[in-house]
Design a protein around this ligand. Structure first.
Ligand code: NDP
Length: 449
């Protein structure tokens, strides 16, 4: 499978031991494909069991989360925290509340997060957590009780120098507020840096809400300029999802001159040939917490189509998958190619299946993996922690400027590593190799731990 024997042996072991974790295997395999280009140069890695250690999370917690719903019925969900790798800093990574959450998804996200955090240039290790709790249709009081119960177990595993969670799918400002409140109550300390994505009145950072989506567009603009001497100006853009990442990616690429014509949720997608009215979309999603189909009910000239995957049949120049893992398969990617799409920049984590990546790359589209292009969220979480530590708040423009600079550095690190590996412009190889080399160096320096 791999040309390098060491990679083969380690991957075969992962396949055997984690046979029932398809998303984790998928993420490891993609990274190993890229490491093929550097592993021969580092015979010391094998002696130190570096890859064997890298594919094993440092610690995995799985716990019961009991809570009582509004009808007085006791419910039980499963909570997780994967403390994946702390070689370059305290574990850092979001919490996801979604019914699909399981150990495989938590481990793949922790693995990806480790490499992503390494790319940000900030000292953060990788972690991820969450629960199979479904926030949809729950009252505020139910969400609060669930978050309090979740934190009543999680608090003992986290801390500003140990592990600092943030949001992800199903976990936004409301949930972080409830989680922080319960943490503070239990430990009797205002440890602002223990959670990021906090509200502005209690230690949150300006621009954190926008950071992942904005960062995605900063990275993409850099790639378009450097590799194609092009920009968002005049481009038709499709953004899947309509959550935090999708909303602010749509806003920023519109400001950079692109026209976003389609967005989705897990049930279907909207198409608006005039460009999505983002004021309307934000109102539907952020204030009313309604389905995206409401947009087509209220905006003349727009359409709603059932089935979220069909969004990839909409003709566009640039595609930003910003919903969830494996949301675009080979057939979807082929539709983009057939419609003349020039670039796919990932906002979500691992949204393209391996088959989709092959098609996108084989047809010469620009492509960036989420671990590079969506790293602006965690980078700004790092900036939130810095502000908490120095007990100051930076202005929106200051944070946005730092975010922009970080995304430029990430692009440069990915591009430089792609050149170093003899694959100039292959940002997937560049991201995997640049992210891994820093973690590897730190792990080697710290001995067999
Ligand atoms: P949100 O919960 O805010 O939004 C998720 C969006 O994706 C919703 O529109 C949701 O639709 C849709 N969605 C969720 N699951 C699926 C699915 N299985 N199939 C199709 N659509 C789906 O999450 P975020 O915007 O925060 O996260 C989106 C992606 O970005 C995830 O991959 C996340 O890991 C990644 N990410 C997020 C960061 C952040 O800062 N928030 C940082 C870096 C990466 P519906 O409402 O119908 O469920």
């Amino acid at each position: 499978m791999f040309e390098n024997e060491y990679l083969n042996r380690v991957y075969a072991d992962v396949e055997r031991r984690d046979a029932n974790e398809p998303e984790f295997l998928q993420a490891v395999r993609e990274v190993f494909d890229s490491l093929e280009l550097v592993v021969d140069r580092h015979p010391e890695w094998e002696k130190a069991g570096l890859l064997e250690r890298f594919v094993e999370p440092e610690r995995v917690m799985e716990f019961r989360v009991p809570w009582v719903d509004d009808q007085g019925v006791t419910r039980v969900n499963r909570g997780y925290r994967v403390q994946y790798n702390s070689a370059i800093g305290p574990y850092k990574g979001g919490l996801r509340f979604h019914p699909s959450v399981n150990l495989s998804i938590m481990k793949f996200l922790g693995f990806e997060q480790t490499l992503k955090n390494s790319l940000t240039t900030l000292p953060m290790g990788g972690g991820k957590g969450g629960s199979d709790f479904d926030p949809k249709g729950k009252s505020d009081a139910e969400i609060m009780r669930f978050c309090q119960s979740f934190m009543t177990e999680l608090y003992r595993h986290i801390g500003q120098f140990t592990d600092t969670p943030a949001g992800d799918i199903g976990v936004g400002a409301r949930e972080i507020g409830y989680l922080f409140g319960q943490y503070k109550r239990i430990v009797n300390r205002f440890d602002g840096g223990v959670l990021t994505g906090k509200g502005l009145s209690f230690g949150g950072s300006l621009a954190r809400t926008q950071a992942t989506g904005y960062g995605l567009c900063y990275f993409s603009a850099e790639a378009l300029k450097h590799l194609k001497n092009d920009s968002y100006a005049g481009k038709t853009v499709v953004v899947s999802g309509s959550g935090n990442v999708a909303q602010y990616a749509a806003e920023k690429c519109s400001r950079l001159g692109g026209k976003v014509v389609a967005m989705s949720d897990s049930q279907g997608y909207i198409y608006d040939p005039n460009g999505i009215d983002l004021v309307k979309l934000f109102d539907i999603k952020q204030k009313r917490r309604a389905r995206i189909s409401v947009y087509a009910d209220e905006v003349p000239g727009s359409e709603y189509h059932a089935g979220c995957r069909n969004i990839w049949g909409v003709k566009c120049d640039i595609a930003h998958p910003c919903a969830s893992q494996n949301e675009m398969d080979a057939g979807d990617a082929q539709k983009l190619v057939d419609n003349g799409c020039m670039a796919v920049f990932e906002g979500a984590n691992m949204p393209l299946t391996p088959g989709a990546i092959d098609i996108v790359k084989a047809n010469g589209l620009l492509y960036s993996p989420g671990k590079a292009s969506n790293a602006g969220g965690v980078a700004t979480s790092g900036l939130e922690m810095s502000q908490n530590s120095i007990r100051m708040s930076w202005s929106f423009d200051e944070v946005d400027e730092k975010l922009h600079g970080i995304m430029r550095s990430i692009y440069k690190a990915c591009y430089d590593a792609s050149v170093e590996c003899g694959k100039p412009g292959d940002l997937m190889v560049g991201a995997n190799v640049a992210g891994f080399l820093k973690v590897a160096e730190a792990m080697m320096a710290q001995g067999v731990v």
